[in-house]
Design a protein around this ligand. Structure first.
Ligand code: NAP
Length: 507
């Protein structure tokens, strides 16, 4: 039997169409410090050449561990050959230095004796994949364990949050059963980050700069620096953000940086929840259990009916953006209101201020609640006078057309519309003189909006939307952890992530 040194925690899956590119990418990963690489030799026109490339690679990087996979096309791989050919190539890969091989269960259960022979010289990973959904996993595990192996790998596809929950629950069986469990697809993304902490022996990552071999994979640098998978333990508290879409949320950057800065055993993941999956999501949240989560579009209003307690402020605003669990009950509040009031209170005495709010959506409701509670005199404006009038009435505020608003002067102007947001970055609600001394633009994509740019040029004091974004996250952190938030670290993370996202959008 081969020497059983534990495998590293992150395996970079390399599926390249030819040997030169495979070797180039493998070298690049090794140079950046990765030491566990999967050679998908079934991706090559001649897989035997891929097996021989392992020797070439290991001559330069002897400390790397190579996992060789030559999955047959019948089993969703790319190898067109018989089982005999497949096993011969894997045997060659072991001779060439592969320390682990992956054989799909469909092959393994037909040739258990051959698998046992191969296992004498390498870690044998028996794998099972489901590319459509996540069926019950217990029968699958029973089936797989009939073939002795070093690791059983279960990879399904998450269609709903509770699928992700079941895959994570399975990962907790390790080390009773040596497992690698993952759920493919964006909904299953948390499994890629959390499974290793729960017991899974390793997780897969995409290579840097080229496409991964499965949907939902991110690269190793993100797994380590953003999600800290080397640091998070099985006792870690898990948080997240629910949204649809969620992929571009910068909240994971901000909250994970906060946990890192406070050296907390906690992780924050993006959770894709489709509009009709809130009930199923709570199943997942209870089972994990999730300690708390941020809520954003499109769930801020509908989430309220699933909570045990919603505080009066969130009820008045009509939206919850922060949920946490206390004594087994789900509680919700809204930190957006405070996130508007706090930065403003540093510049003006809100109790004596006149404030113009443009807009009548969710952000405008949060802003209006905070400002009216502080005692300010409010006027509402917007493009749809019926909606503006109805909103103003609920606040006993004045309602104005945009032209009327521009003819007046306020202490504060708040843009709570989406005007100026990416991609319409040249739009501005106030094309001429801005009718306020302090200008707060809630839009934070881009960081510097046209309104903020013009306000600066007109000598106004400005508050960019990122300040609100930061404040609402700071308050969330404090609610969840009971500790003061590391504001400076969170602000740097928000600015870095938003700048990077803006550059990405402009490409
Ligand atoms: P929402 O509920 O969809 O409301 C959008 C508002 O913008 C509505 O009042 C809409 O008016 C108005 N609007 C859209 N296009 C307009 C135009 N061309 N002219 C005039 N008004 C227009 O969105 P929301 O959640 O309130 O968000 C509004 C903005 O605030 C977004 O840019 C969002 O990113 C930002 N925001 C920032 C933070 C933060 O942390 N900084 C938090 C929440 C929101 P109609 O009713 O007439 O359509």
């Amino acid at each position: 039997m081969a020497q059983r040194r534990a495998l590293p925690k992150i395996c970079i899956a390399l599926g390249l169409p030819d040997v030169p590119r495979l070797l180039e990418q493998a070298r690049r990963e090794a140079e950046s410090g990765e030491n566990f690489l999967e050679f998908r030799i079934d991706y090559l026109a001649d897989p035997a050449l891929g097996a021989k490339a392992i020797t070439t690679f290991l001559e330069d990087y002897p400390n790397c561990t190579i996992l060789a996979t030559c999955r047959r096309h019948q089993n969703h791989g790319r190898f067109n050959g018989s089982i005999d050919d497949q096993l011969r190539i894997l045997e060659l890969a072991i001779q060439c230095g592969a320390r682990a091989i992956d054989i799909e269960i469909e092959t393994a259960e037909l040739v258990p004796a051959r698998c046992a022979q191969l296992r004498a010289n390498a870690h044998l990973i028996i794998s099972w994949h489901h590319f459509e959904t996540t069926p019950p996993l217990e029968p699958v595990l029973k089936r797989m364990q009939k073939v002795p192996a070093d690791i059983y790998k279960l990879v399904s596809t998450a269609r709903k949050p509770s699928d992700t929950g079941r895959v994570l629950a399975a990962s907790r069986l390790s080390p009773k059963i040596p497992l690698v469990t993952l759920a493919m697809g964006e909904i299953g993304f948390p499994t890629r980050v959390i499974s290793p902490a729960f017991g899974t022996l390793f997780t897969y990552a995409a290579p840097a700069h080229v496409q991964g071999t499965a949907s939902g994979q991110i690269n190793a640098r993100q797994l380590r620096s953003l999600y800290r998978i080397d640091k998070v333990t099985k006792a870690a508290k898990v948080y997240g953000v629910i949204a649809d879409p969620v992929a571009h949320s910068v909240s994971p950057h901000v909250h994970n940086r906060a946990f890192q800065s406070k050296r907390m055993d906690a992780v924050y993941v993006p959770l894709l929840v489709n509009p009709n999956q809130l009930r199923d999501f709570f199943q997942f949240a209870e089972a994990l259990p999730l300690s708390g989560f941020s809520v954003t579009i499109p769930h801020k209003r509908k989430i309220m009916r699933y909570l045990d307690h919603v505080d009066p402020l969130a009820r008045r605003i009509g939206a919850v953006n922060t949920v946490w669990r206390k004594a087994g009950k789900w509680r919700g509040t809204n930190t957006d209101a405070e996130a508007v009031a706090r930065p403003l209170a540093k510049l003006v005495d809100l109790a004596k201020a006149t404030v113009l709010i443009a807009g009548n959506g969710g952000a405008a409701h949060s802003a209006a609640c905070a400002i009216s509670d502080a005692g300010a005199k409010i006027a509402i404006t917007g493009r749809n006078q019926d909606r503006v009038r109805a909103f103003a009435r609920t606040l006993s505020a004045e309602n104005l057309t945009l032209a009327q608003a521009c003819a007046r002067q306020f202490d504060v102007v708040i843009n709570a519309t989406s005007v100026g947001m990416w991609p319409n970055v040249n739009d501005c609600l106030f094309p001429d003189k801005i009718p306020g001394e302090v200008v707060f633009d809630l839009v934070y994509n881009p960081l510097e909006t046209e309104l903020i740019r013009r306000a600066r040029a007109q000598g106004k004091q400005v508050i960019p939307g990122v300040k609100m974004f930061l404040e609402q996250a700071v308050r969330q952190f404090e609610i969840w952890t009971g500790q003061p938030a590391p504001r400076a670290a969170m602000e740097t993370a928000a600015l870095d992530a938003l700048s990077a996202r803006y550059l990405e959008q402009k490409k």
